[in-house]
Design a protein around this ligand. Sequence first.
Ligand SMILES: C[S@@+](CC[C@H](N)C(=O)[O-])C[C@H]1O[C@@H](n2cnc3c(N)ncnc32)[C@H](O)[C@@H]1O
Length: 269
Amino acid sequence: MSAQKKIWLDDEKRKKQLNPTATGAQTAYFGFQHVPRSQKTDRVRQHFNSVARHYDFMNTLLSFGIHHLWKRSAVRAMSLRPGQQVLDVCGGTGDLAILAAERIAPTGRVVIYDINHAMIQAGLHKVHSERIRGCVDYVQGNAESISTGDGHFDAAMVGFGIRNVTDMQKGFEEMYRVLKPGGKLMCLEFSKPTFPVFRRLYDFYSFYIMPLLGELIAGSRTAYTHLPESIRMFPLPDELAAILRRIGFSQVTYRALTNGIAVIHLAVK
Ligand SMILES: C[S@@+](CC[C@H](N)C(=O)[O-])C[C@H]1O[C@@H](n2cnc3c(N)ncnc32)[C@H](O)[C@@H]1O
């Protein structure tokens, strides 16, 4: 692809959009577009309203089902124990929360925390087993100001969601705040494949096939154009690790999955 260099944003631009509150930026990236910062959260909300009904099916289709394996690895890596309190930030339709609930049941609790009612609603039917039903709670709210007191959770996780938060750094700071000392953070997010040839194939798939399938199946080309764009703006694994350390997390590690298409970051408060 001739536009290869432009597709993956350079580090200056990636840095700029991390913490717009601190830098006083008036605009924020919504995919590759600049939008007034004050409008980004609403744009994200509309975006997920438009995809909520098809979200799970499209995830499975577009990732050939691999997202389930990534999510399993991510939750396994947190070594959760029965009785623990877990926060699933940007929890959406609840895949990570359900996996976590299976580990912390019957006495623990997982809170699915998401700004979008339609996404929460779309996942309600998945929490059906008797064993975990009583362990899952739902809260609608913004990851930039989590509505819980300090030091409440044993673990906080965010899967494929922090990318959408206008002030990502604030989102991580909030997760740090609500964790108990010694609590664990897990972030599962898309990243940049390592092998150049594989990356080119992935770019082609992302920018040509994904929007087409989005249009044909979910009725939204725009939503599935925004997805690959937002992935290419997200901090690379080392950059994200440095951000987490700056916030105060220790023992920050990460593991790349499927040649780096997705990455699991782990950290401890
Ligand atoms: C791509 S989905 C991920 C859902 C789920 N974690 C998963 O792995 O399938 C991103 C989710 O983040 C939510 N979201 C976006 N911005 C948010 C914000 N500022 N605060 C809370 N949730 C947000 C969206 O509503 C959406 O449900």
